[in-house]
Design a protein around this ligand. Sequence first.
Ligand SMILES: [Fe+2]
Ligand SMILES: [Fe+2]
Length: 351
Amino acid sequence: MKKLIQEHRKRFGEFEVVDFVDPGEIERLRRQTDVDVPLDLHWTWEYGSEVAELRNLYEKGKVNQWNAETDLDWSIPVTKDEWIVDPQVSMLAQVCKLMGRDEATQKAAAFDEVNHLLSQLLHGEQAALQLCGQLTNACPKMDEKWYAASQVTDEARHIEALAKFLQRKMGTIYPINPTLKILLDELLQADTVQTKTLGMQCLFEGMAVGIFDLLRRETKNPLLGEMIRRVEQDEARHAAFGVLVMRRVVREAAPEEKARMEEWAFSVLEALNANQQLDMLRLIGPKYGIDPENVTRMALSMPNFAEFNSLAYMHTVIPNLRGLGLLTERTRDQYLKLGMLLEGSRAAQVN
Ligand SMILES: [Fe+2]
Ligand SMILES: [Fe+2]
């Protein structure tokens, strides 16, 4: 199976990580803001509804619109003096504690880690905005175009909310991680509507829902919690669109085409997982005297590694891939081996 980001692989024991260490190369990746995208545009003259489920999703989106400026209470303070999340879920806070650093330092480290995570989610939101713009053009049916256009509005609102939160409340927007930039470009450059939908709507929207949900449950800050709750409601619709479209695609696909989709989905998620938290640790670790390699090796060797590593994957992406028939014996053992899959997951759910 083809591995992505092959040139940045190295072994940490049994595990193969993706690790970017050259600041010049990372900077070059970030400066690549023009991306060539193959895109077919389709007109349609059918203005009635052809796909009832998609029309329902579009209607749902209309009644659940919200205003990032007026529906959130921006007067709520966000400060490093309070725990922004439960300390148990902050890797940096945990490591600082192990190193004997005081509680104020642990709180500051958790704050920086959340700041970095929200920044990556923000860049992901921008990719979702761009990709849905593409889908509006490329999808053949009017119901799909309406839905995709409504998601464009949702993603613009998510960018607005996250950017305002980061600028007003946290003070920093961290630049995009090199691993994330390469993978998002891979989705944006995908050459068919099916691959774009699978990549963005199923894999990245699903991951975003999983991460947002963890963050909402663990945050101690009411403004952050409420912002995420609202974003998550929209994201559940987006992931549902991915499943609805892909269900039809998979049903009609030849076995070899289905196998190709399953392998491609695995390769994207595998590369994401292979970075572990190295991009974040290389950026923020030094501020707290943390060695990125040591911490990653330690995390990988923990007996309950798969338990916490699989949380974001098991939330939505893995159950949805299973439901679609895109996680079979072909890839199952590898997901398991890499700590991305735990058996006994809940079934795929489409709202
Ligand atoms: Fe979004
Ligand atoms: Fe989304």
